[in-house]
Design a protein around this ligand. Structure first.
Ligand code: NAD
Ligand code: WQD
Length: 342
C-alpha cells in the first residue's frame, strides 16, 4: 500500500477519490486551501471509510503555490501525488485569466519542483476534455489535436506540456494525464457530492437544484444542434467510476516502468441535455421545468470520449450508466439541499 498526497482532495472529484483510495488501503495526505470546498467533505470521507481507514487520512490546510505547505504535505515518504487542486470554471477563466495561470499552471509548477526536492516522481494529473476544444472527430481519441478555446483549457494544455517536458528531462517520472469528460453524480450514500458555489455553470448540478426546488427552471442552451433531439450531447461519467479510474492509474504507475500516459476517462456514450432532464425526472420523481434558449458561446454540439486506450492500459472502464448517475446525484441533492452547509 502506498503513501499518497492528494491535492484538492476536499473537492468534488478529490473527495470521492480519497474515499476509494482509503478503501483500497492507501495512506493519504490531503492538501487543500478549501477555496472551493469544505472540510466537512473530508469528515464524511472518514465516516464512510470507517475508523481504521479514517486514521490513514491526514489533512493539511494549505496552498499548492506555497513551497512550505507543499513540503509539509509531501514529507519524505510520499510514493505518488494525485493532483486535483485547481480552478475549473470556463467563464471565470475568461474574466480572470491570470488567476487560472497562477493556480493551475504556477501551482502545478510549484508542486512539481517540490516533488523533485522530495524525491517523488509519480503523478496523476487532472486534465480535461476541454483541451480538445470543438473536436473535429467524435468519439475523440487522445491523438486528436489539442486546441483549447478558453483560458481554462489553455492552462490544462500548458500543464500537460510542462509534464511531458519534465518527463523527457530526467529518467524516472511516472505520469498519467487523465482527460476527464463530464464528471457527475455522487457517492451512492448521499453523503458526498458536488457542492458548487453560487449559480452552477454545469448542467448536472443545475438540473439537481431545479429538482430540489432551489431554482425555477433550466435553460437548455440551444435546441438546434445537429444532434438527434437538437440539444447538446456529452459523455457523462459517474464520479465513482472516475474515482476508480484514479485508483487504477495509481496502481499501474507504481507497478510499471516509468512512463507518461495520456488517457481519456469517459464512458464512450453520449447523452443529450433533454435525455439528462428526462432521466433525472425519472430518478427523482420531481419535475424539471426547462426552456430552450440560445446556444452558449464556446459549446460544441457533441463531445464523446473514445475510452479504449484507458480500457487497455488501466484495465478500467465505466460501470455506471445515466440512471445511476441521476439516482446517486438525487440521493446527495435531496439529503443536502444546500450542499455541505445543509
Ligand atoms: P473542485 O473545485 O470541487 O475541487 C478542486 C479543489 O482544489 C477544491 O477543494 C479547492 O478548494 C482546491 N484548491 C483550489 N485552489 C487551490 C490551491 N491554490 N491550493 C490548494 N487547493 C486548492 O473541482 P473538481 O470538480 O473536483 O475538479 C478537480 C480537478 O479536476 C480540477 O483540476 C479540474 O480542473 C479537473 N476537472 C474537473 C472537471 C469537472 O467537470 N468537475 C472536468 C475535467 C477536469
Ligand atoms: C453540458 C451540456 C451545455 C448548463 C464543462 C467544461 C469542461 C469540463 C466539464 C472541467 C452542454 C448544456 C449546461 C445549463 C445547458 N470541466 N447546458 N444548460 O460544457 O460539456 O463541460 O464541464 O474541466 O471543461 O467546459 O459541461 O455541464 O456545462 O454542459 O443546456 O444550464 O449541457 O450547453 O451541452 P461542458 P456543462
Amino acid at each position: 500500500m502506498a503513501q499518497l498526497l492528494i491535492t484538492g482532495g476536499a473537492g468534488f472529484i478529490g473527495s470521492h477519490t480519497a474515499l476509494v483510495l482509503l478503501e483500497a488501503g492507501h495512506s493519504l495526505v490531503v492538501l487543500d486551501n478549501f477555496q472551493n470546498s469544505s472540510p466537512e467533505s473530508l469528515r464524511r470521507v472518514q465516516e464512510l471509510a470507517g475508523p481504521e481507514a479514517a486514521a490513514k487520512l491526514r489533512v493539511v490546510e494549505g496552498d499548492i503555490r506555497s513551497a512550505a505547505d507543499l513540503e509539509e504535505a509531501l514529507g519524505s515518504s510520499t510514493d505518488a501525488v494525485v493532483h486535483f487542486a485547481g480552478l475549473k470554471a470556463v467563464g471565470e477563466s475568461v474574466a480572470k485569466p491570470l488567476a487560472y495561470w497562477d493556480v493551475n499552471v504556477c501551482g502545478s509548477r510549484q508542486l512539481l519542483a517540490a516533488m523533485q526536492r522530495a524525491g517523488c516522481r509519480t503523478l496523476v494529473f487532472s486534465s480535461s476534455a476541454t483541451l480538445y476544444g470543438i473536436p473535429d472527430v467524435v468519439p475523440i481519441p487522445e491523438s486528436a489535436p489539442v486546441q483549447p478555446i478558453n483560458p481554462y483549457g489553455h492552462s490544462k494544455a500548458a500543464v500537460e506540456r510542462m509534464l511531458s517536458d519534465l518527463a523527457a528531462s530526467e529518467p524516472g517520472w511516472r505520469i498519467a494525464c487523465l482527460r476527464y469528460f463530464n464528471p457527475v453524480g455522487a457517492h451512492p450514500s448521499g453523503r458526498l457530492g458536488e457542492d458548487p458555489n453560487g449559480i452552477p455553470n454545469n448542467l448536472f448540478p443545475f438540473v439537481s437544484q431545479v429538482a430540489v426546488g432551489r431554482r425555477n427552471r433550466l435553460s437548455v442552451f440551444g435546441g438546434d444542434w445537429p444532434t438527434p433531439d437538437g440539444s447538446g450531447v456529452r459523455d457523462y461519467i459517474h464520479v465513482m467510476d472516475l474515482a476508480e479510474g484514479h485508483r487504477a492509474a495509481v496502481d499501474v504507475l507504481l507497478a510499471e516502468d516509468p512512463q507518461l500516459l495520456t488517457l481519456n476517462l469517459g464512458s464512450g456514450q453520449g447523452h443529450s441535455v433533454l435525455e439528462v432532464v428526462a432521466a433525472f425526472e425519472a430518478a427523482s420523481g420531481q419535475a424539471v421545468p426547462y426552456e430552450v434558449v440560445a446556444r452558449r458561446p464556446g459549446d460544441a454540439a457533441t463531445t464523446v470520449a473514445d475510452p479504449s486506450l484507458a480500457a487497455e492500459l488501466l484495465r478500467w472502464r465505466t460501470q455506471r450508466g445515466l440512471s445511476q448517475m441521476c439516482r446517486d446525484g438525487w440521493a446527495w441533492q435531496s439529503a443536502n439541499p444546500q450542499g455541505y452547509a445543509s
